[in-house]
Design a protein around this ligand. Structure first.
Ligand SMILES: C[S@@+](CC[C@H](N)C(=O)[O-])C[C@H]1O[C@@H](n2cnc3c(N)ncnc32)[C@H](O)[C@@H]1O
Length: 245
C-alpha cells in the first residue's frame, strides 16, 4: 500500500505547521518523554524520525543527544523544506529524506539506526500495516536501541471515547487561550481535526493495548506506555542485545 490522493496533502501540512502547537496535547512534554525513553546513544548514533513534519521532535532529540545524528523522513515537500530550514543550525547532524511511510524500500537501512521514533503519523497505517512496520523497525534497529512512538490511539469503548473527546477539546482550548490565540480552538473544529469528533478514513488509530501487545510479540523488550492524555500516547520498547526469543 502506498499514499494516495485521499491521504495527507500539502494543505494539511500548512494547517499543521500553523496550528500544531495548539492541536497537539502537551507537544513539548511528549517530545521530552520520547527522548527519555531512548537509551543513551553511542557516539555517531543515528536516529530516524518517521514523518518528521517540520522537525520539532528531531530538534528535541538533537538537543538531548549532541553525540547523535537525526534523519527526518516525510512525504510532504512543505514539511521537508520547513524542517531543513528550521533545523539548519544543527548542520550535518540533521538531514531530510523523502519517503512514503507505507512503502517498503526505505525499511532496509545501512547504517542501522540506534533509535526509530515517530510522532502523530503511524495511525495513518491500519492494524496490519502497523504490525508490519513494528517488525521492519525491529529488524533494522541496532541491538540496545529503541522504537518510541507518540500517536493518536483508539478508545476501546464509549467511556474512553467520550473522555478522549472531552479531554482533547479541553487541552486545545487551554493551550489556545494560554497562547492568546483563542481562534485556534475554533480552527480545531473548523478543520475537523479531532478523530474523536470527526472520524476520517485517513486516521486508523489502534487501541494502545493492541499496539503494546504487537510490539512485545515482535520481540521488543521493556514494552510500556510512558505517557497518555486525551487519546494520545507515548509508548515503545527496546531491542535487547544478545539472542532474542
Ligand atoms: C500530524 S503531522 C506530525 C508531524 C510531526 N511528526 C510532529 O509530530 O510534529 C503528520 C506527518 O506525517 C506525514 N505523512 C502523512 N502521511 C505520510 C506518508 N504516507 N508517508 C510519509 N509521511 C506521511 C505528513 O506529511 C506530516 O508531516
Amino acid at each position: 500500500m502506498t499514499a494516495s490522493e485521499e491521504d495527507w496533502n500539502e494543505q494539511d501540512s500548512q494547517d499543521f505547521i500553523r496550528y500544531g502547537e495548539y492541536f497537539v496535547p502537551e507537544r513539548a512534554a511528549q517530545a521530552a518523554v520520547i527522548a527519555s525513553a531512548i537509551p543513551t546513544p553511542p557516539p555517531g548514533a543515528l536516529i530516524l524520525d518517521l514523518c518528521c513534519g517540520q522537525g520539532r521532535l528531531s530538534a528535541a532529540l538533537l538537543e538531548a543527544f549532541p553525540q547523535a545524528e537525526v534523519v527526518g523522513l516525510d512525504i510532504s515537500t512543505t514539511m521537508l523544506e520547513t524542517a531543513g530550514r528550521e533545523l539548519a543550525s544543527f548542520g550535518d547532524r540533521f538531514r531530510t529524506e523523502h519517503f512514503d511511510l507505507a512503502a517498503s524500500a526505505w525499511r532496509v537501512r545501512d547504517p542501522a539506526p540506534w533509535a526509530v521514533v515517530s510522532s502523530l503519523a503511524v495511525h495513518h497505517l491500519d492494524g496490519e500495516g502497523k504490525q508490519q512496520l513494528f517488525r521492519d523497525v525491529y529488524a533494522m534497529l541496532r541491538p540496545g536501541g529503541a522504537f518510541v512512538l507518540a500517536d493518536l490511539v483508539e478508545a476501546t469503548g464509549p467511556l474512553g471515547h467520550e473522555l478522549a473527546r472531552r479531554m482533547w477539546d479541553d487541552a486545545v482550548r487551554e493551550q489556545s487561550a494560554e497562547a492568546g490565540v483563542p481562534a485556534a480552538y475554533e480552527k480545531f473544529h473548523e478543520l475537523e481535526w479531532s478523530h474523536y469528533h470527526y472520524p476520517d478514513p485517513l486516521d486508523r488509530p489502534s487501541p494502545l493495548g493492541d499496539q503494546l501487545n504487537w510490539l512485545a510479540r515482535t520481540g521488543f523488550a521493556h514494552v510500556d506506555a510512558y505517557w497518555m492524555k486525551a487519546g494520545h500516547a507515548v509508548f515503545g520498547g527496546v531491542k535487547q542485545e544478545g539472542p532474542t526469543a
